[in-house]
Design a protein around this ligand. Structure first.
Ligand code: G3I
Length: 368
């Protein structure tokens, strides 16, 4: 009697386990880290449903905004670390891989960084010292706790040329190796990454490869190239993405997919008319899924996501982390870019924090 009860209970438990929804981090364990970007409500815990999803499915985090230099050092020498401290504490409390984003970026940099008190560009030497101070202060504070840094973000244009940022204009090409040197001096054990978008464009891939070689040529540490992965339904193809992934890997660095999302919305860039009265129709046309995403579109979106995950799994010896740029569609930056106030469906969890069917499909792909 006792034995049959034990067997019955065992069966019930087994059935329950079999039907428990699989999590991304369990399915991908041993293959690559699976991460997400944290906004302030997630970091501060006010988005309780979002936090539950982060804990359940992800084992790596990156701060969506709070470690950008305009937030960390809005005035010279005055650092504000409260949100960044909370971000790192969240990662540690949940035993996650904690990445820092980003030390040097032309965007979201404080105005004072590049100019003197008269508003003129500072000298090369002054900007190098300001860069050194920022990097050293920030990296040292989280030494041993932040495991990897996006050291330089988006320095190369889509055609492979240098972005004419203030860092480039004032310091020259050297600003990148210098940034990597300063980061390494502040935390010799931290991994260091170069991070950029549209990396599947061949010319851009070549430009980034030159940057990686320049860093390596000076004997400096660089662990990985971050391929951001802000995908559209049209670009890039899986094959184009794979070509760049292999090109970066051939340089002797790892590859990370650092800011993955997949917009379903049409791009406005083909619009060439100037008829102001067309504006309303135009907006409607570019925001077609305000109420819901038609099942047929959702399926194409899902299949494209799965195809990319299959690519990442195929190259799991080269890919060390895949990070989604946010948790739920509700909070994705895609709703606001390049047109404000649209309704996009770019992530893996819907506006009610429910896992989309794509999560199950990714889990299935990982188990194959
Ligand atoms: O925090 C201020 C707030 O004080 C102010 O009242 C409000 C008014 O607009 O702006 C708030 O800042 C916004 C910030 O996000 C934090 O919410 C900025 O306007 C807004 O431009 C900023 O957008 C971020 C963008 O980077 C620029 O930093 C997006 O959320 C973030 O998803 C996006 O992330 C970037 C990666 O860092 C680098 N790669 C591309 C990726 C997407 O653009």
């Amino acid at each position: 009697m006792k034995n049959s009860i034990t067997i019955a209970v065992g069966c019930v438990l087994l059935t329950a386990c079999t039907h428990a929804p699989a999590t991304l981090k369990d399915a991908l364990a041993g293959k690559f880290l699976i991460g997400t970007a944290l906004n302030i409500p997630l970091i501060e815990g006010t988005d309780t449903l979002g936090v539950a999803v982060v804990r359940q499915h992800f084992n790596a985090i990156v701060p969506e905004n709070c470690m950008k230099s305009m937030f960390l050092q809005p005035e010279e020498g005055r650092f504000f670390f409260d949100e960044a401290d909370a971000y790192v504490a969240f990662g540690e409390a949940n035993k996650m891989w904690v990445t820092g984003h980003c030390l040097v970026w032309h965007s979201q940099a404080p105005q004072w960084l590049f100019v003197d008190k008269n508003g003129n560009d500072v000298s090369r030497e002054v900007l190098i010292e300001r860069m050194r101070t920022h990097i050293t202060t920030v990296v040292s504070r989280y030494k041993g706790r932040i495991k990897g840094w996006d050291v330089v973000n988006e320095a190369i244009m889509d055609d492979g040329t240098w972005r004419p940022s203030k860092f480039y204009q004032i310091i020259g090409e050297d600003f990148i190796p210098l940034a990597f040197q300063f980061a390494h001096e502040a935390d010799p054990d931290a991994e260091l990454y170069y991070n950029d978008y549209s990396t599947a464009i061949p010319a851009k891939c070549e430009g980034i490869a030159k940057v990686v070689k320049a860093i390596q040529g000076k004997g400096l540490r660089i662990d990985a190239v971050g391929m951001q992965g802000h995908l559209t339904m049209e670009f890039p193809s899986v094959e184009q993405f794979e070509a760049s992934l292999l090109a970066f890997s051939a340089l002797g660095v790892k590859v990370m997919v650092t800011e993955l999302d997949l917009t379903v919305l049409p791009s406005p860039h083909n619009f060439s008319g100037a008829d102001v009265s067309a504006n309303f129709d135009f907006q409607q046309e570019l925001n077609p899924y305000v109420d819901s995403l038609p099942a047929a579109v959702a399926l194409v979106h899902q299949n494209r996501y799965v195809d990319f995950f299959k690519l990442f799994l195929k190259h799991q010896d080269k890919v060390t982390r895949v990070t989604l740029w946010g948790v739920s569609d509700r909070d994705s930056w895609r709703n606001g870019f390049p047109i404000p106030d649209r309704t996009d469906y770019a992530l893996l969890f819907d506006r009610s924090y429910q896992a989309k069917p794509v999560v199950e499909e990714i889990v299935r792909a990982a188990k194959q």
